[in-house]
Design a binder for this molecule. Structure first.
Ligand code: TXE
Length: 490
């Protein structure tokens, strides 16, 4: 069994909430209680911010290479605990254990390692200004940053947020989702073990309306980085305005995934199934809108629906399981309600659309892989369902494909399948999105910027972009040997 931490992590110590409140953490496989975790409210967030403020001076002045070394040590420690962390993530979120072990944990370690290496390589610049002056631009940390993480990829998303923030010299108060706090608390424990100083990282588990709101409003938090729904993102922007804190938003998506008539259909079918059904479709970049050329639609759908029906649902801790439960019962109900919405608007359910029959899954949050034929303007093709639910729409020509792809308010991830090189580049540039994958889908790497446009948010995680987003440019002018005549002559 993995180590389960169930207290808040403030100033280098695990502590109860000041009012003793707790949150039940459930296993989505059967809705049984895993543990009760301390619930932070505004007073606990205040303690965490104060600890992060005290830690900021020493942490930001520490040699960048030393901050980097701690992140590298953390990456090593995560790899040493890979089985345990995978188990914990799988138990808490419902990720199939094979994915948690071979995707979430390695990507988490890789992210901390990338930013550990980045810490002493991210640098400012010298500007060639007028004679007699030296002007250099430093990248200074912002200070205390607040980070709010959702429940779909807790282990990975905390790495995406904490890695660059810490490498750049900020201190962190992070609020995991109240639904899935366990891997984040374990990471905090590993951080303490490898030598992160008290206060550099603080974890306040709590509800959005209380702890999340307090963090977003906090007058001494310099930046808030948020991943979650577009509606909550708007509330975060509203809450942040008191001290004009910087805001970075990674919000919803409605990923277009276009299959052209010249695509390698075998690759397109497999890639499209990964695009939507990995993590039960609970991914902001999920390829949730399949847009298929009408000439290949029948053959494509025949194979794709066959594959969807064959996916093995089961207890996420079983190594043979390919798809686990959704992460909460509330969310399962939300996803299943969209099946009715699809039918009401004339959509045709080609597979799934219901909870599985198997008795051993009856108490869990399971939904069968669901494929729905819908029009591009239907609600299910416009709103983020965030489940194993994909709409299929056909098109006649490139112009129509692009109009459908760009026909939502979102702009996060999207993919296209074609053998035509110039079309691949043309669409890569024309699709309104933060990321486009050609003959592939959902590739991420700590070096490559991740984020969206439109209602998918702004700012970028990972890569140099993230380091920019976690620092301020500070311009310093030094008069080396300039003689400046007096401006006001007396
Ligand atoms: O998200 P919320 P929910 C989308 C997806 C899903 C929908 C609703 O479509 O169906 O959102 O999920 C914290 N101030 N995504 O309701 O509310 C909350 O505690 C500050 C997309 O779970 O956005 C949690 O830590 N924080 C997505 C985090 O926000 C607040 C990931 C996300 O919760 C808050 C998850 C408040 N007022 C859902 N209210 C993605 N982009 O990957 C809540 N929170």
């Amino acid at each position: 069994m993995p180590t389960i931490q169930n207290q808040l992590f403030i100033d280098g110590r695990f502590v109860d909430a000041q009012d003793g409140a707790t949150i039940d953490v459930l296993n989505p496989h059967d809705n049984s209680l895993i543990t009760r975790v301390a619930e932070a409210k505004a007073a606990d967030v205040e303690l965490a911010v104060a600890a992060a403020e005290r830690a900021f001076g020493p942490w930001s002045r520490m040699a960048a290479a030393d901050r980097g070394r701690l992140l590298l040590k953390l990456a090593d420690r995560i790899e040493a605990c890979a089985d345990e962390l995978a188990h914990l993530e799988s138990l808490d979120t419902g990720h199939p254990i094979r994915d948690a072990r071979h995707i979430d944990v390695p990507r988490t370690a890789a992210c901390y390692r990338y930013f550990g290496g980045m810490a002493d390589k991210f640098q400012g610049s010298v500007v060639p200004v007028e004679t007699g002056f030296l002007n250099y631009v430093m990248r200074s940390p912002i200070g205390v940053v607040g980070q709010i993480v959702p429940w779909n990829f807790p282990l990975m998303f905390t790495a995406w947020k904490m890695g660059p923030a810490l490498a750049a010299g900020n201190t962190v108060v992070l609020k995991p989702s109240e639904i899935t706090p366990l891997s984040t608390l374990r990471i905090a424990e590993l951080m303490a073990e490898v030598g992160f100083p008290p206060g550099a990282v603080n974890i306040v588990v709590g509800y959005g309306h209380a702890a999340g709101q307090a963090l977003a409003e906090h007058p001494r938090v310099g930046k808030i980085a948020f991943t979650g729904s577009t509606a909550t993102g708007r509330r975060v922007v509203e809450a942040s305005k008191g001290n004009l804190k910087r805001v970075q938003l990674e919000l919803g998506g409605k990923g277009a995934n276009i299959v052209f008539e010249d695509a390698n259909l075998v690759a397109a079918v497999n890639g499209s199934a990964w695009a939507i059904f990995h993590n039960q479709g609970q991914a902001c970049i999920a390829g949730s809108r399949l847009i298929v050329h009408e000439r290949v639609a029948d053959e494509f759908l025949d194979r794709f629906v066959g594959l969807a029906k064959s996916i093995r649902l089961g207890n996420p801790l079983d190594p043979d399981t390919e798809m686990g439960p959704l992460t909460s019962a509330l969310h399962r109900d939300r996803v299943l309600a969209y099946v009715d919405v699809a039918r009401e608007q004339g959509g045709e359910v080609l597979s799934g659309g219901r909870a599985p029959d198997a008795a051993e899954l009856a108490r869990g949050c399971y939904v069968e892989p669901t494929v729905v034929r819908a029009r591009a303007t239907d609600r299910v093709a416009q709103e983020e369902v965030f489940g194993p639910f994909v709409t299929v729409t056909t098109f006649k020509d490139d112009e129509e494909a692009l109009a459908i792809a760009n026909g939502t308010e979102y702009g996060l991830g999207s993919g296209l399948w074609t053998r035509d090189l110039s079309r691949a580049h043309r669409f890569g540039q024309a699709i309104r999105a933060g990321m486009v994958w050609v003959n592939s889908y959902k590739r991420v790497n700590p070096g490559s910027p991740f984020g969206g446009v439109g209602q998918s948010g702004y700012g970028r995680e990972m890569g140099f972009e993230a380091m920019h987003d976690y620092t301020e440019a500070k311009s310093i002018w030094v008069n080396v040997d300039a003689v400046i005549p007096p401006h006001f002559k007396r």
